[in-house]
Design a protein. Structure first.
Length: 212
């Protein structure tokens, strides 16, 4: 932990831009969203560390570089309607909200969902909707989505999420159990999906809650 960045700006420059994230809009959004606001108070001294951090309930806030990598791979646009599976504390949600038209974020743990709602409302983000629900089911009542981003790892890509991705849309998702791979999935033609590997990752498992 000796090389922890001292500021959010330094974190973006040394951990994200320096490692190959090039999208200027993604980098600017990450500069505007202070990661320290999304970690537990007792871990604020590690807020800009290049690692995931626990946020309670067995969940984590993702490593900053991975957030940047996944956001860039999503190719967000100002007209996009996005589904996020795994809101957590709302860090990824807040970054997306700066870049797209509308974010629908699923969180399986009610306490995390409520805390994220309050945090994002305090930041003045009005294009975010947080729903307590099961990521394996997705959010069919709001489908289709131009983009889908998943921040917990299922053992396989849920069929429901593929069905809810608009033709021409992109999904970024970690997949696997012990060994996980990050995929960018493009819905190129109706029912035809192209998978691109982005590299090995480690995420918490996607919870099967039985919520409907």
């Amino acid at each position: 932990m000796a090389d922890i960045a001292r500021t959010n700006e330094e974190m973006v420059e040394t951990q994200i831009a320096a490692r190959g994230v090039r999208d200027l809009f993604v980098l600017e959004s990450m500069r505007r969203v202070d990661r320290a606001l999304f970690v537990p108070p007792e871990l604020r001294h590690q807020a800009y560390a290049d690692c995931p951090l626990p946020v309670g309930y067995g969940q984590t806030i993702s490593q900053p570089y991975i957030v940047g990598l996944m956001t860039e791979a999503l190719s967000p646009s100002s007209t996009d309607k996005v589904l996020e599976v795994g809101c957590g504390t709302g860090y990824q949600t807040a970054i997306l909200a700066q870049l797209v038209k509308e974010v629908w974020s699923l969180e399986v743990i009610p306490e995390l969902a409520q805390a994220a709602r309050e945090r994002l409302k305090a930041l003045g983000l009005r294009n975010v909707h947080i729903v307590v629900g099961d990521g394996w089911r997705g959010l069919p009542e709001q489908a289709p989505f131009d983009k889908i981003i998943v921040t917990a790892a299922p053992e396989k890509v849920p069929d429901a999420l593929l069905e809810q991705l608009e033709v021409g849309g992109i999904m970024v998702i970690p997949v696997g159990v012990d060994v996980q791979e990050l995929y960018q999935i493009t819905h190129e033609e109706p029912g035809h999906f192209v998978y691109r590997k982005l590299g090995p990752v480690r995420f918490v498992p996607m919870i099967k809650s039985g919520l409907v």
